[in-house]
Ligand binder design. Structure first.
Ligand SMILES: *Cc1c(COP(=O)(O)O)cnc(C)c1O
Length: 237
């Protein structure tokens, strides 16, 4: 597709997503402005990402360290950058200090490494704790049963600050199936927030291209959207 067709399609997609999110937010007693749309930018080239930023995207997330680093210098600076993918301990030093928040803290070992590197760099890194809400063999993250105790242990780690929870639920054919997982996540989020282990537990990151509206209805305040915004992967300007 030509550049113009791609950007036109982005504009149309973004408008549609904002409309659906506004409706879902209203259903759950919130305002559209309360929901952050994070653009998942894997495989999208820097020019297209910059177009998205110029046209209203404030948050972007990459999920591979290598890809993040390769685009870093070409992507517009004044945007909130998150890391959303599986992070290996040996890559932590490459990413800490370069993103505002790491969404995918799936183990205490990883949390300790992020803390250690952050302290060395004289910063505190904001993180979300990843929950494997469907207890899937193939996914990383803490089970719902483990997550409270994990966050209690994280309070002892210098250099990190827990801001909330993120999840990728099991693939579901029907929206009432995925809703069960999102409801469970919301309950967990409220429980953890009210325990006040950290001052500002405020982000519940869940919902992707196929289910972001359901996620918002269930209480998500951050959705991570790739395909529904940019098109099937590998379209570049
Ligand atoms: C790619 C990705 C998304 C977005 O997925 P889409 O289905 O393309 O919207 C969200 N979260 C994570 C962690 C991802 O890697």
């Amino acid at each position: 597709m030509t550049e113009k067709l791609l950007t036109d399609r982005f504009d149309k997609n973004f408008a549609e997503i904002k409309g659906k999110i506004a409706a879902a937010a209203e259903k759950s007693g919130r305002r559209a402005e309360d929901i952050i749309i994070l653009a998942a930018t894997k495989t999208v080239d820097a020019d297209f990402i910059n177009y998205a930023i110029q046209n209203g995207i404030d948050y972007i997330g990459e999920n591979r360290v290598q890809e993040f680093l390769s685009k870093e210098n070409d992507v517009t600076k004044n945007v909130h950058k998150h890391f959303i993918g599986h992070l290996q301990t040996n890559k932590v030093r490459d990413i800490v200090g370069k993103v505002e928040l790491i969404q995918s803290v799936h183990s205490l070992k990883l949390a300790r490494e992020i803390g250690k590197v952050s302290v060395k760099k004289g910063i505190v890194t904001d993180v979300l704790v990843e929950v494997n809400i469907g207890n899937e063999e193939s996914k990383s993250g803490f089970s719902a049963d483990e997550v409270m105790s994990a966050i209690e242990q994280m309070t002892e780690i210098e250099g990190i600050c827990v801001k909330g929870l993120m999840t990728i639920p099991p693939i579901c054919d029907q929206s009432d199936q995925v809703r069960k997982y999102f409801d469970k996540m919301y309950k967990l989020f409220i429980e953890i927030r009210d325990k006040k282990l950290y001052n500002n537990i405020e982000i519940l990151s869940m919902g992707m291209s196929d289910d972001y509206d359901v996620a918002v209805e269930c209480g998500a305040n951050m959705v991570r959207i790739g395909t529904a915004l940019f098109g099937a992967r590998n379209y570049n300007l």
